[in-house]
Design a protein around this ligand. Structure first.
Ligand code: NDP
Length: 469
């Protein structure tokens, strides 16, 4: 059976990408369900926004504890509906708990401002929660991305209606159950499952939602922003990326190769800030590419619930086929050399939407895999002669989410961190994001930031109060 969305009028079926078996069903919500959820969360806003921050924190800490205690069950569900290896799901669930704990720990630090003037008297700035917020999230890291939305919204005293992806909604529902059990009034967060066209657009269009945080593809983000514009809600967009990794002559080729393989093949390559293009100095390229092929070749691909599996299937069959078309076109037009992978597994022996780890070299800058986001386990590697050339090519994309530079030379680090056009620049690492720092992109990778106190501030508005005694 094809995995992906199998809907009847009222229900959406969720399938396991490993074999197409049914994992569960959820309601196909409607615009009417969105109206109801917004009304409920609007009513709950009055009391939640006035709940003392330490009280709010207590619930978030308690929910995080429950989620940690139930980590294995939640991770198993995530692997079954999404496809990623259990060890990655375990980390993602722990990540959800960690983000809740982080926001619980800083919610008491929300402060306004105060000054005094002879002319105007007492000048106060209150920072107030803005109201009902909405979130629309994708399937690739459903738990982690849900925490990035729900953590700052709840800690700052707002309420939320959240729409999960239709192909991976079950873990989100299980997680919110833990929040309710920890004491969160159910009307503070409502999840509405359903299609993007129906539920997603109803959220974007709704007059009474004051902020909307969307994570997903660029074209969907543009559509959401267009629909949301007439309501003047604050719109935060976390979109795609085509992160470059630049490996300099002085980099340790072994460490860099390990970094390239984990930065590309983690989550079967389906991460917005995965390494999507590698540029390596010609002087070390042979050594580096040999190691990358060794490490990628050693990855065990299979059912994420089986021991020792490093990479699961692509999330749906249609996404796997779209990925393969990008690779096929690049190969047919002789725009790259295939070092490994690049073919579909034999469908008679394999039911799932698997794809072999694929490494391409001698990649033409105009190849489809260099110009469109590659959302799967395919790594294009190019060589460069000078740092200027590497930075120019890294920036030659409409995306600007992340980038990394691998070197220990401070002059190179200083130049690259200044000149790379990205929301986050790593040095000698990639794809690692603690909850304390802002995360988001520039150019077509999005507007606004998640994570850290920066995200919290996006859900607060300043009110100026001038008191003449
Ligand atoms: P989509 O944009 O297809 O879907 C994301 C969410 O939007 C889903 O919940 C989807 O619902 C919903 N949606 C779809 N159509 C509409 C619509 N017309 N109006 C409102 N909502 C809609 O993205 P993918 O799920 O394919 O996710 C992959 C993309 O997300 C990649 O480009 C990736 O780079 C990006 N991403 C960005 C991140 C970041 O932080 N910058 C992090 C992770 C991913 P439904 O499932 O029902 O279709």
């Amino acid at each position: 059976m094809q995995n992906g969305q199998g809907n009847n009028r009222d229900m959406i079926s969720v399938y396991n990408p490993v074999d197409g078996s049914l994992v569960g069903t959820v309601q196909a919500g409607t615009a009417h369900d969105v109206d109801e959820a917004v009304r409920e969360t609007g009513d709950a806003f009055l009391s939640w926004s006035r709940t003392d921050p330490p009280e709010r924190s207590k619930i978030l800490f308690s929910a995080a504890g429950r989620i940690r205690a139930d980590q294995k069950n939640l991770a198993t569900l995530l692997t079954r509906e999404q496809g990623k290896p259990l060890k990655e799901s375990m980390n993602e669930i722990a990540g959800f708990a960690r983000v809740l704990e982080y926001y619980a720990s800083i919610s008491g630090m929300l402060r306004g401002d105060y000054g005094v003037s002879r002319q105007y008297g007492h000048m106060m700035v209150r920072r107030e929660p803005i109201g009902v917020c909405a979130a629309i999230i994708p399937w690739n890291l459903p738990a982690l991305i849900m925490s990035w939305k729900i953590g700052p919204v709840l800690a700052s005293g707002n309420t939320m209606v959240l729409k999960p992806s239709s192909t991976a909604p079950l873990t989100c529902l299980a997680l919110v159950g833990h929040l309710y059990e920890a004491g969160l009034p159910p009307s503070v967060v409502r999840i509405v499952t359903g299609s993007g066209d129906e539920v997603g657009e109803a959220l974007a269009r709704h007059q009474d939602i004051r902020a909307l945080s969307f994570t997903g593809a660029v074209r969907t983000g543009i559509r959401v922003a267009e629909i949301a514009a007439p309501t003047l809600k604050k719109t935060i967009l976390e979109l795609g990326g085509s992160d470059a990794m630049i490996v300099c002559q002085d980099a340790d080729p072994d460490l860099a190769a390990k970094g390239a393989v984990s930065g590309r093949f983690f989550n079967c390559g389906q991460t917005c800030t995965a390494i999507k293009r590698v540029f390596v100095d010609k002087k070390i390229s042979d050594q580096f590419i040999r190691r990358v092929c060794e490490y990628a070749g050693a990855l065990k691909v299979g059912n994420g619930l089986e021991k020792g599996v490093d990479m699961g299937p692509v999330h749906t069959m249609s996404q796997r086929d779209a990925l393969h078309s990008q690779v096929e076109e690049t190969i047919t037009r002789e725009m790259a050399t295939v070092l490994c992978g690049g073919t579909l597994p034999d469908s008679s022996s394999c039911m799932g939407s698997f794809y072999h780890p694929t490494i391409l070299t001698d990649v033409d800058p105009d190849a489809p895999v260099m110009n469109n986001e590659v959302f799967g386990p395919v790594l294009p590697i190019s060589t460069f002669d000078s740092l200027e050339e590497a930075i120019t090519r890294a920036n030659a994309t409409r995306y600007g989410l992340g980038a990394s530079i691998w070197t220990h030379d401070m002059r190179i680090i200083s130049k690259a961190t200044e000149e790379l056009k990205a929301g986050i620049v790593w040095v000698n690492q990639h794809l690692r994001i603690p909850p304390e720092v802002p995360f988001g992109g520039t150019k077509f990778s999005g507007i606004g930031r998640e994570n850290g106190r920066y995200a919290l501030e996006q859900y607060l508005e300043e009110k100026t109060i001038l008191i003449q005694p």
